[in-house]
Design a protein. Structure first.
Length: 475
């Protein structure tokens, strides 16, 4: 793999450099989506029970990913700010400590998960053949957790240093290998027996393992913005504390988002099968906007971190403003196409007239607000790059648990409650359309709050000092 030049966001024109950071992240996120689709495609060739088993594992897998992403957010913030401050040796130390922390957390989660795997599967509703398939899958996935966590840590270190292209190549290696070997282990080939859902987990283990080996080689070699040294694998409790302090809110953020998705899905399940199907298709269309906005948010985090480390907070603010404006412009254009041709967009996935009709309503209500979803995600990226992950967490909480779920209860369902004194509060009973409007209200309201919070400027202090004294280099 040829060495790429890390992007320095502290000098030059912001927009071209931001684009250089963002496009590999967009491609990497799309590859991650393809990674997940490949598993489901080949498992679907086994049985309905196999598909159900892997589907049941998704919320649980997201909880693990959220934990890893918390450490990822901390790594990006600290590495990028130390790079911007000129403390490259300290940035290297952050990489080593991040690797230690991710490994330790993953081993604890894997050990705990293996110990309670059977009651855990029963608790989430797996039974009969689905339980058997899910158990075979999850036992391997728990063993894979250290590799998954290290993979996220290495990508975060490279992203923080401004080298998103090498991070993209790691994702391409992992996703590409997984796509190739998935059918071999799931369906069997030559001397390899058909392992079903367990085969999907084995393929994940091998693919993530290959990416981790490549990541270790890249970071030990150096020349990619940061370097991993054996000396930096000795515990540094101050850096560990910083990683935990910054990463914990990002982890809680992911958990809150995951649980809110479960709640909204439960709300949708109260209505027709057509509404449920339209919801699933609509979310997949929305996920494209989330993929783009999430990638730009990650690039924004790097740009903000580097500029705060360099003590140029006004430039950091300009990074956020330009990234937000560009993302929202792209998503407004995409939404315009979808609103103009909603039936065609839904029809790509299904031709059932009832589902298409409900999907048209979904898109016409929610698509115009995609840009606000994306704007919030980019601004959250700015906060994470500044190391103030608590603010990003609060924005997610407000968006989902104040502006979305309660609004959904008020708009979608028919109920009334009489307060002491005879005053009655009544819901509007708009049906499933009320749920769609709850998404729209949540997106717009949280965007207004995010912009206001950003304009306060309380995030501009950063979490590292430019004059921190890095230790003498050792190998």
């Amino acid at each position: 793999m040829s060495k790429s030049s890390p992007v320095d966001m502290t000098t030059g024109r912001i927009t071209p450099r931001l684009l250089s950071l963002a496009w590999p992240l967009v491609l990497g996120n799309l590859l991650q989506t393809f990674y997940n689709l490949a598993d489901m495609f080949w498992v679907g060739r086994v049985s309905d029970e196999a598909v159900a088993a892997v589907s049941l594992m998704f919320p649980l897998s997201w909880m693990f990913v959220s934990t890893a992403m918390g450490i990822t957010a901390a790594t990006i913030a600290l590495v990028s700010q130390h790079i911007g401050a000129g403390n490259r040796r300290t940035a290297d130390r952050v990489v080593g400590q991040s690797a230690l922390l991710t490994t330790a957390v993953a081993v604890v989660l894997a050990t705990l998960g293996l110990a309670v795997r059977r009651p855990l599967l029963s608790a989430i509703g797996a039974e009969g053949p689905v339980f058997v398939e899910a158990l075979a899958y999850i036992e391997i996935i728990f063993l894979t957790l250290p590799l998954i966590f290290l993979f996220f840590a290495f990508r975060a270190a490279l992203q923080g240093a401004g080298d998103t292209k090498t991070a993209m190549w790691l994702m391409l290696l992992s996703a590409g290998l997984n796509v190739v070997i998935d059918p071999i282990f799931i369906l069997g080939w030559g001397p390899v027996p058909a392992l079903g859902t367990q085969g999907a987990a084995v393929a994940t283990f091998i693919a993530r393992g290959a990416a981790v080996v490549a990541g270790i080689w890249i970071l030990f070699t150096g020349g990619y913005g940061v370097r991993l040294r054996l000396a930096d694998l000795r515990p540094d409790w101050d850096l560990q504390r910083r990683l935990v302090d910054i990463g914990t809110p990002a982890t809680v953020d992911g958990w809150a988002r995951s649980f809110s998705s479960v709640v909204m899905a439960a709300f949708v399940a109260q209505f027709s099968v057509a509404a449920i199907a339209a919801y699933g298709i609509g979310l997949r269309l929305m996920s494209v906007s989330w993929t783009v906005a999430g990638a730009v948010g990650q690039a924004t985090a790097t740009g903000v971190g580097q500029n705060l480390g360099a003590k140029t907070p006004d430039r950091a603010a300009e990074v956020v403003r330009k990234a937000t404006a560009a993302t929202m412009a792209v998503l407004f254009a995409a939404a315009g196409l979808v609103v103009a041709f909603p039936a065609a967009a839904i029809g790509v996935f299904i031709d059932d007239p009832a589902v298409v009709a409900e999907g048209v309503v979904f898109l016409r209500i929610i698509a115009p607000f995609w840009a606000f979803f994306g704007g919030v995600m980019v601004i959250q990226g700015g906060f994470r790059g500044a190391g103030v992950t608590k603010v990003a967490m609060m924005l997610s909480f407000l968006s989902r648990w104040i502006f979305r779920v309660p609004v959904a209860l008020v708009l979608a369902f028919g109920w009334a409650y009489t307060l002491p004194g005879g005053f009655t509060i009544a819901a509007l009973d708009w049906g499933v359309r009320g749920l769609w409007w709850a998404y729209a209200v949540g997106a717009f309201a949280s965007f207004v709050v995010a912009v206001g919070w950003f304009r306060l400027g309380t995030w501009k202090g950063g979490v590292v000092d430019r004059d921190e004294s890095p230790p003498a280099p050792t190998d």
